[in-house]
Write a protein that binds this ligand. Structure first.
Ligand code: NDP
Length: 481
């Protein structure tokens, strides 16, 4: 059994009240360890440790912070094979994906913010004619809370923690209780890198208790959250009356709009990825595919063919393209949408069934599933499924494509396939989304703003946006005449 502990004040400790929760390996459907079921008392202990560390940490020089964050980045890279295995075991994702994307990106997150903090600056405003000069101080907030989901565990956890500590804050963080292992290992790495005790504290446990204690804590002054829209709304209801700063990165139902004038082969290969990478459990996956009528039948045939070539298997098999879904309840949720496809007027073109993988018979495997729908109003097109399920629909005109893309409560990302420049510019402006990818998908430059519109969230992460979120601006006005 691999049992893990909370990471508080640089030490690995059991929860104060001693409760534990089972941790599952979804690829074989078995419990392989236990994690703390932390309570308010553990969160308080983590908060006190963060509070004690704040004065010193917020006064470390930028070069010192840069060096420690860079060291964390290097150690993540050095321990990549171990971290990738832990991620695949905890989450069910193919080991190859964890090695190529999740862990390298966790390292890049630390390296990026190590460098970015040395380049961060603030504004000055001269009040000409009034004999005064204003400058903006950007000070760390204090103790902040970082809460992340299970789909990209270390990747999203570090995406919050790195800018928070780079900006001089101390952190109380909670990973998803479904995928806690790499967060636990991050504690070891931080100690080895020389991060002072208490700057980062990691408490494990359930969202509704441990997470709730973080968002309710009166002195945790900002919450950076990534997760579902309903949870985000709950956090806003709880934290907003306490005037906490909030960054909410929430769900998506992203359109993938394909015009006949695109580079077809590139589009086809990328669309397979944008539909089913990480078993479709990426908030940025293009789950609603809209295809221009003149190429619709051809696309349907080619897409089904390509998807049928994907290998579903144990995450540790080298040729696996599609691993296990993260948990049994999640598999059941995703399956429930496939079960209503016909009532919704949908036609399953490919997949739709759970899969028994030899040697991993109790794992949570599901075929990549393609459903043709006739209306954008069906639940399959309006609700976030967050699994290996995409829908197909054709469109006749650019106006229709835009209307279909925007006709949803979410607004996280959009993907556009076209070689028409003026159309690209028109649609990029009109699409309700925080990110528009044109002729690509998931190409991320860490300097760019990241986040969603509408029910996909409030605020932006990434680049200086994240450093602005994790600092409090204060204007200083000096009268000199
Ligand atoms: P959840 O909203 O269920 O959980 C996210 C995190 O919040 C988990 O750590 C969870 O803990 C915790 N949590 C749950 N309830 C509370 C609470 N009352 N107070 C504080 N914390 C709480 O999301 P999932 O983990 O199921 O992740 C999937 C969702 O995340 C999808 O909707 C997806 O679109 C979204 N997402 C958004 C991204 C973006 O950048 N916009 C990126 C990736 C995912 P626990 O798991 O232990 O219950």
């Amino acid at each position: 059994m691999q049992n893990i502990k909370n990471y508080i004040n640089g030490e690995f400790v059991n929860p104060i009240k001693g409760g534990f929760i089972d941790n599952y390996n979804p690829s074989i459907g078995e419990v392989y360890g236990q994690i703390p079921n932390s309570t308010t008392e553990d969160v308080e202990k983590a908060y006190q440790s963060a509070k004690s560390a704040f004065k010193q940490w917020s006064n470390t020089t930028l070069n010192e912070r840069r060096d420690i964050l860079s060291k964390i980045a290097q150690l993540i890279q050095l321990r990549l094979p171990e971290l990738a295995k832990a991620e695949a075991k905890d989450n069910g994702k193919p080991l190859s994906l964890a090695k190529a994307i999740d862990i390298p990106r966790a390292s890049s997150n630390f390296q990026y913010f190590a460098d970015a903090i040395t380049q961060f600056s603030s504004e000055a405003h001269e009040s000409i004619g009034l004999g005064a000069m204003n400058f903006t101080l950007r000070q760390p907030i204090g103790v902040v809370g970082c809460i992340s989901p299970w789909n990209l565990p270390l990747y999203l956890f570090t995406w919050k923690i790195a800018p928070a500590i780079a900006a001089g804050n101390c952190v109380v963080a909670k990973p998803s209780e479904v995928t806690p292992m790499t967060a636990y290992l991050l504690g070891e790495i931080c100690n080895e890198a020389g991060l002072p005790k208490g700057v980062l504290n990691i408490v494990h446990g359930l969202g509704t208790t441990t997470g709730q204690a973080i968002i309710e804590h009166p002195d945790i002054k900002a919450i950076s959250f990534t997760g579902g829209t309903a949870t985000g709304a709950h956090i806003a209801r709880t934290a907003a009356p306490m005037f906490k700063k909030l960054s909410l990165e929430l769900g998506g139902k992203n359109p993938n709009i394909i015009f006949a004038d695109c580079d077809y082969e590139n589009m086809l290969a990328t669309t397979v990825r944008s539909s089913f990478a990480n078993q479709g459990q990426i908030c940025l996956c293009g789950s609603r595919i809209f295809v221009e009528e003149s190429i619709y039948e051809q696309f349907k045939k080619d897409f089904v063919q390509k998807v049928s070539e994907l290998k579903i298997g144990n995450p540790f098999d080298e040729d696996t393209n599609i691993g296990a879904l993260v948990s049994k309840p999640h598999l059941e949720k995703v399956k429930s949408y496939i079960d209503i496809a016909e009532q919704e007027g949908g036609k399953i073109l490919y997949g739709g069934n759970t899969v028994t993988v030899e040697g991993s018979e109790n794992g949570y495997y599901l075929e990549p599933t393609i459903i043709e729908v006739s209306s954008n109003q069906c639940r399959l097109n309006q609700e976030e499924i967050f699994g290996p399920v995409v829908t197909l629909m054709s469109f006749k005109t650019e106006e229709e494509a835009l209307q279909l893309a925007n006709d949803v409560v979410y607004g996280l990302s959009s993907t556009l396939w076209t070689n028409n420049l003026t159309r690209t510019m028109r649609l990029s402006k009109e699409l309700h989304a925080g990110i528009v990818w044109v002729n690509t998908w998931l190409l991320r430059d860490l300097r760019t703003p990241f986040g969603g519109q509408k029910a996909s969230g409030v605020g932006r992460e990434g680049g200086f946006e994240a450093l602005r979120f994790f600092t409090e601006p204060k204007n200083v006005c000096i009268k000199y005449e």
